[in-house]
Design a protein around this ligand. Structure first.
Ligand code: FE2
Ligand code: FE2
Length: 210
């Protein structure tokens, strides 16, 4: 049975479990309600430049909603991809999870609630940036300041061998779409609807897994 987590103390417990590998072991996972609360908490937190600590001109919730909206507009036939965009940085909202591991931590935390594909896309979004920077000269210049700063911490552009390995991974191509939308989801002041507008879709995707 899926663990139920109902308050901030329990969310902190989830964070600790993520860091210790508990989520990967299947012992704890975010419920849909936990995911909604975590994303909502992002309204009060600006995205930070990981190197300078400077606040970017958008919050974590702004970024989640904008990324999801870009994907919904570009791929209306693929609501799972948009939901992956909505939750792709949820690892940043887990206590004790650093930039270098936020993709894997986020993937582990949403896998039970949202399924293997959404989790896979979340887990690959940093690798997809490293791939795109290595393969497309023009992609690097589109990166926002926080992405440029985190790139170095995340391993920099992929080597040719790493690129070959990336291309063999499940969901690799869709993760590139998510990653491009990620950079498009960092617009100061752009309002694209609220979290509640997305939660029915999130719940629908979750139900289809049962
Ligand atoms: Fe990220
Ligand atoms: Fe992001």
């Amino acid at each position: 049975m899926r663990p139920q987590l109902s308050d901030s103390a329990n969310l902190a417990r989830v964070a600790a479990a993520v860091v210790s590998g508990g989520v990967e072991n299947g012992s704890v996972a975010l419920s849909i309600d936990d995911i909604e609360r975590l994303l909502a908490s992002g309204a009060a937190r600006a995205v930070d430049d990981p190197r300078s600590g400077a606040a970017m001109p958008f919050t974590h919730l702004d970024h989640a909603l904008q990324t999801a909206s870009v994907l919904r507009a570009q791929f209306p036939e693929d609501p799972e991809l948009a939901v992956a965009g909505l939750v792709h940085d949820i690892g940043h909202l887990l206590v004790g999870v650093g930039d270098a591991e936020h993709a894997e931590a986020g993937a582990a935390a949403v896998r039970v609630a949202l399924g293997e594909r959404v989790a896979g896309l979340v887990g690959l979004h940093v690798a997809a940036k490293r791939y795109l920077v290595a393969r497309q000269v023009t992609y690097g210049v589109t990166l926002a300041a926080d992405s440029v700063a985190s790139l170095e911490l995340q391993g920099g552009p992929m080597s040719p061998d790493e690129q070959d390995a990336y291309e063999q991974l499940p969901h690799a191509r869709d993760a590139l779409s998510l990653r491009r939308a990620d950079e498009g989801g960092k617009v100061d002041g752009l309002v694209v609807g609220g979290l509640s507008d997305w939660m029915a879709l999130v719940r629908r995707i979750s139900v289809t897994l049962d």
